[in-house]
Write a protein that binds this ligand. Structure first.
Ligand code: Z5A
Length: 213
């Protein structure tokens, strides 16, 4: 049986890492095999590319260069980790995926070209369900800064207007695919957001009565 592919998207500090860990724990408590992974990253090659993209000494301002690097990292991740885990029947939870390329590199690269690059990176794989954790840019940045590690990455250095534009793009993407993408109000407290996600997974994925209890 093919597994289930669930992605988490959203701006800086939206709570993706927090919520993906919580959902993984819930699904494991149901006896499911869970693969928890992230982008950019998830394989040694993709983690190395992550270092190149996010370290501002090496980073490029060019949107197409960024999109190509994210796509190369994603392709390795899809081929070596995500597809094998799905083939083994796992629930794969991924912190960011192709919608992040649409939101962050969109507008810097012509749409049709960006979709071609994305298709090469995903190898045609699409999530079964995507949670868009939505907070306004101010709150997201405030949260991100509250756990600041001392070094800002390439995107953390971007200004507030850029983060507002990313949020607008995520909303536009969600509007085009309402069956795949669920927008969650991530300004609520952590436990409330986690319960919204748990219920949505139960309804959307494990639709049988009592499933996920
Ligand atoms: N990027 C791209 O441009 N193109 C692409 O294709 C891909 C990525 C795949 C990767 O950064 C960067 O790459 C990203 C986009 C770009 N840059 N940005 N911005 P990353 O993955 O390292 O960073 P991130 O995704 O932005 O993660 P983050 O800042 O760590 O945010 P998060 O995972 O959504 O949040 P968190 O770590 O779970 O929570 C942040 C803090 O808020 C933490 O202290 C929590 O305890 C707290 N928190 C979480 N939830 C709550 C609630 N509900 N209430 C209060 N406080 C909370």
């Amino acid at each position: 049986m093919r597994g289930i592919f669930i992605t988490f998207e959203g701006g800086e500090g939206a709570g993706k890492s927090t919520q993906i860990r919580r959902l993984a724990a819930v699904l494991e408590s149901y006896g499911l095999s869970v693969t928890l992974t992230r982008e950019p990253g998830g394989t040694p090659l993709a983690e190395a590319i992550r270092g190149l993209i996010l370290t501002h000494e090496a980073a490029s301002e060019d949107g197409l260069t960024q999109a190509l690097l994210f796509a190369a990292a994603r392709r390795d991740h899809v081929l070596r980790v995500i597809r094998p885990a799905l083939a083994a029947g796992h629930v794969v939870l991924c912190d960011r995926f192709a919608d992040s390329t649409r939101a962050y590199q969109g507008g810097k690269v012509p749409d049709a070209m960006l979709e071609q690059v994305i298709a090469l990176g995903t190898d045609g794989l699409e999530p079964d369900l995507t949670f868009l954790l939505d907070v306004n840019a101010e709150l997201g940045l405030e949260r991100a800064r509250s756990r600041f590690t001392g070094v800002e990455d390439t995107f953390e250095r971007s200004n507030l207007a850029f983060h507002r534009e990313v949020r607008r793009r995520f909303h536009a993407i969600a509007a085009t695919e309402p069956h795949r993408i669920l927008v969650i109000d991530a300004s609520q407290d952590e436990a409330y957001v986690a319960e919204s996600i748990r219920l949505a997974v139960r309804q959307r994925i494990f639709a049988a009565p009592g499933a996920g209890e």
